[in-house]
Design a protein around this ligand. Structure first.
Ligand SMILES: Nc1nc2c(c(=O)[nH]1)N[C@H]1C(S)=C(S)[C@@H](COP(=O)(O)OP(=O)(O)OC[C@H]3O[C@@H](n4cnc5c(=O)[nH]c(N)nc54)[C@H](O)[C@@H]3O)O[C@H]1N2
Ligand SMILES: Nc1nc2c(c(=O)[nH]1)N[C@H]1C(S)=C(S)[C@@H](COP(=O)(O)OP(=O)(O)OC[C@H]3O[C@@H](n4cnc5c(=O)[nH]c(N)nc54)[C@H](O)[C@@H]3O)O[C@H]1N2
Ligand SMILES: [Mo]
Length: 760
């Protein structure tokens, strides 16, 4: 028998397995929503919060970044959005007494699920390792003292570049803008963010090819498309409201192709809770399911492009002539594409690919949507460029019903980047910032997430300040990362709830508790709101309406303002106090620094907000180096897996939000009561001697020869593509080597891990 999962947790991991479902949402989803919401919030609070989600006078759902339709339903949320709200609006509390009862060692032995379930953090807490006899524990600390400690540690650094300022994607535009301003006044571009692990590959590919790293479609475009290709995305779980848009597109005659190693229930059939008829029978979504091998997408799109090039009159010659660059070189490379190799790389059949081609040729308006299934591989940037090649060939950018649609994760991850949270800022952005604030921002690029961990590991960075998120839990190579973090002199986390990052700390550690989206935010000038940008470039306000979890909480903008005053002191001419009193003053500054935000305060006051400019979408203008949309012709790559190994993707269950675990069920996949499972194709399992229900260790193989092991996974025979396996993140982060990243974007290749199985 292989080793059992780690102990030390009251939650038993005992997965039960039933056949996967073939439809998403429907009545069970409503039942689950209400159950979880009531457990966390009680009945009255459930009604008060859930009716405000995504309403024009309410708060932005802290779940995903899917946009809100113009005509909103009374309940404009989904099961998983409701779980995100309940998780934040919970009545459970983590108080100083909790920390007295749970020393650091205790916290470090707990699962992320247990930590998150303890509730909202109520007071700032400080831990100093080795400072007290009888073991390390967090103790309450005043806000003044907390900021003084941070100032002391930051001033003790040999260079500002020894500090790291991380951002997770829930942070509002206002807080993000202040945070990057502070970092640059302090003197560093070390602004790693969750995007580095998420859609960085999309940004890299789109910036180079169309000149802007954002999607080019609106919700209206989806409703008008002839063909929607959904590649490497599981919207039924991660963007449930997208299913309504797909349903609407279908009813207008659109076709849908799903490209995925897994047959995800949400792509098969959708039972729309807003529509009684749909609720009964459901709407079949995907017309064609291409069950691709992990990492085979670049090869698939390259072959499709070759076939489009060969088909009579299939390319938009006028568009190619007027708007693109690099066509000849690309066409020559595509011509060499080989059927046999594509079939090996993709695991697909020739009829599969011919069917996809016929649907592409029949479509006048095609949209390609994607998420982590395309972005977290070594060759992700090249893969996404190949997707762009297809759309360019067909003239499918910058006209209604067509375009690129990278579906973002965190609810404001796109906005944070727009606000300047980026380790490689554009010179024009820094120039505008410097002019507005009379500062001199550093021009040298900073560290992204992976480079931040390497810097901590190598002693080149000593302070980590995290604005939200779970840096330790979300990043790759858990053992390496945890050792690196422990070398830090100070780790600070601005958090709503406990997670692994509070249990694995630097020599000193601070937890700074903050308001969430659902909380009322009152400052000296009265009630404040914040703003966010969704996946389609719509900016709108978000205002919470709940009494905060405790009187000791500070908002994120207030925390940054006080941090800046404590650290920069008189040297800073920035009116930090004014920013804390009145967020409109922050928006005024944003309107003068960030392109597209002119007249910000007035425009965001309009119900529904406003749309940011997007030159390719709005006017077929491509602000690239060539001034045109660029075809690219990278060599085709796909993962080669040695015999006896499988390629593991690390993905999300239906009951989690990244490292926040809501529960132990992955309902659509038929897995309940546990998370340590590995899904393996039954034929591969037979070859490898992996009986369904048996336990195995997962051992990742990487060129550094270091053994990375995740023990005690229950084998589940599952209809995934041959040669592939799937298991949940973050439990499997321990297997992802720090150096295994995507070319150009440096995103951890967490969907391409070569593993062998040890069943002892
Ligand atoms: N409820 C909920 N909502 C969320 C989140 C959450 O955790 N919970 N997370 C948010 C965040 S930050 C993000 S980034 C998004 C993530 O949204 P997704 O990208 O949908 O999340 P994953 O679970 O990582 O799913 C990846 C999908 O890609 C497929 N896939 C894996 N490898 C390949 C491949 O090589 N090729 C193809 N074609 N497909 C592949 C997987 O089978 C799976 O269906 O969701 C956001 N929304
Ligand atoms: N193996 C593997 N690794 C992955 C991925 C994968 O697919 N596979 N996905 C990657 C992706 S796409 C992403 S986006 C990252 C996610 O990385 P992160 O964004 O760092 O992680 P989260 O789990 O979303 O962070 C959850 C924590 O955020 C805090 N929080 C919640 N709401 C708020 C708030 O309003 N304010 C503040 N200040 N804090 C708040 C809570 O304390 C909570 O515990 O993980 C990446 N890691
Ligand atoms: Mo993400």
């Amino acid at each position: 028998m292989a080793a059992k999962p780690p102990a030390g947790d009251p939650v038993q991991d005992a997965p039960q397995v039933a056949p996967p479902k073939h439809a998403a949402a429907g009545l069970p989803a409503i039942g689950h929503t209400l159950k979880i919401a009531q457990q966390q919030m009680g009945l009255a609070r459930t009604a008060r919060t859930l009716l405000k989600v995504n309403q024009k006078n309410g708060f932005d759902c802290p779940g995903c970044a899917w946009p809100e339709p113009d005509k909103r339903h009374t309940a404009e949320f989904c099961e998983n959005g409701a779980k995100a709200v309940a998780e934040e609006a919970t009545l459970r509390r983590v108080t100083p007494e909790f920390f007295a009862a749970h020393p650091l060692d205790d916290l470090a032995g707990r699962s992320g699920y247990w930590l998150g379930q303890q509730g909202r953090i109520t007071q700032p807490m400080l831990l100093e390792r080795g400072a007290r006899p009888g073991g390390d524990r967090y103790e309450p600390v005043s806000w003044e003292r907390a900021f003084a400690i941070i100032a002391e540690e930051l001033r003790a650094l040999a260079s500002p570049d020894e500090a790291l300022f991380y951002t997770s994607g829930r942070t509002s535009n206002e807080a993000a803008f202040l945070f990057q301003l502070f970092a640059r006044e302090f003197g560093t571009n070390n602004l790693p963010d969750c995007s580095n692990m998420c859609h960085e590959s999309s940004g890299s590919a789109l910036n180079e090819t169309i000149g802007i790293g954002k999607g080019s479609v609106s919700l209206e475009d989806l409703h008008q498309a002839d063909l929607i290709i959904v590649a490497g995305q599981n919207p039924g779980t991660n963007h449930p409201r997208m299913l309504s848009a797909l349903e609407k597109a279908k009813s207008a005659g659109a076709k849908i192709i799903s490209v995925n190693p897994l047959p995800e229930a949400g792509m098969e059939r959708f039972k729309n809770p807003q529509n009684p008829l749909s609720m009964l029978k459901g709407t079949a979504l995907a017309d064609l399911f291409l069950q691709i091998r992990i990492g085979g997408d670049q090869a698939l799109f390259r072959l499709l492009n070759k076939l489009v090039l060969e088909a009579e009159g299939a390319t938009d010659e006028a568009f190619i002539r007027e708007h693109t660059h690099g066509y000849e070189e690309f066409a020559a490379a595509a011509k060499d594409t080989d059927w046999a190799e594509t079939l090996t790389a993709t695991g697909l059949t020739r009829p599969d690919i011919e069917r996809a081609l016929a649907m592409i040729l029949a479509s006048q308006r095609t949209i390609v949507c994607w998420a982590m299934g395309l972005t977290q591989h070594k060759h992700s940037v090249a893969t996404i460029r190949e997707v762009v090649n297809l759309l360019l060939l067909r003239g499918d950018i910058g006209r209604p019903g067509a375009g690129v649609c990278p579906v973002r994760g965190h609810s404001n991850v796109q906005g944070d980047r727009t606000m300047g949270i980026f380790e490689r800022p554009a010179a024009a952005f820094l120039d505008a910032l410097d002019k507005e604030f009379g500062i001199t921002s550093p021009r040298e690029h900073g560290f992204d997430v992976v480079r931040s961990i390497q810097a901590l590991r190598d002693g080149k960075a000593k302070v980590l300040f995290a604005m939200g998120g779970n840096f330790v839990g979300a990043t790759p190579d858990t053992e390496v990362t945890e050792a690196a973090i422990r070398r830090a002199s100070l780790t600070v986390h601005v958090s709503t709830k406990l997670n692994r990052s509070h249990a694995v700390t630097g020599r000193r550690a601070l937890i700074l508790p903050t308001l969430g989206r659902t909380d009322k935010d009152v400052q000296a000038t009265g009630k404040q709101f914040v703003t966010v940008e969704d996946s389609m470039g719509m900016v709108h306000s978000s205002r919470g309406n709940l009494a905060p979890a405790s009187p000791h909480l500070l908002s994120e903008p207030a925390i940054v303002a006080r941090l800046a005053r404590a650290v920069l002191g008189e040297a800073s001419k920035t009116p930090w106090e004014e920013f804390e009193r009145d967020y409109a003053a922050i928006r005024d500054r944003i309107s003068r620094v960030v392109a597209g935000f002119e007249d910000f305060n007035a425009r965001v006051a309009r119900p529904g907000g406003f749309q940011l400019p997007h030159p390719p979408r709005d006017e077929r203008r491509f602000p690239t180096k060539t001034g045109k949309a660029n075809f690219t012709a990278a060599p085709v790559e796909y993962p080669r897996v040695p015999a006896g190994r499988l390629l593991l993707q690390t993905l999300r269950s239906h009951d989690q939000y990244n490292t926040t675990i809501y529960g132990l069920d992955d309902r659509y996949r038929g897995i309940t009561g546990g998370r340590r499972v590995v899904m393996v194709n039954p034929e591969d399992a037979a070859e490898l001697g992996l009986a369904d229900g048996s336990y195995t260790d997962l051992v990742s193989e990487w060129r550094d020869g270091v053994e990375r092991r995740a023990p005690g996974f229950r084998v589940v025979h599952y209809p995934t593509a041959r040669g592939c396996a799937a298991a949940y993140y973050p439990e499997t982060n321990v297997l992802v080597p720090l150096d295994s990243t995507a070319d150009t974007s440096n995103t951890p290749a967490s969907k391409s891990v070569v593993v062998r199985f040890e069943t002892a």
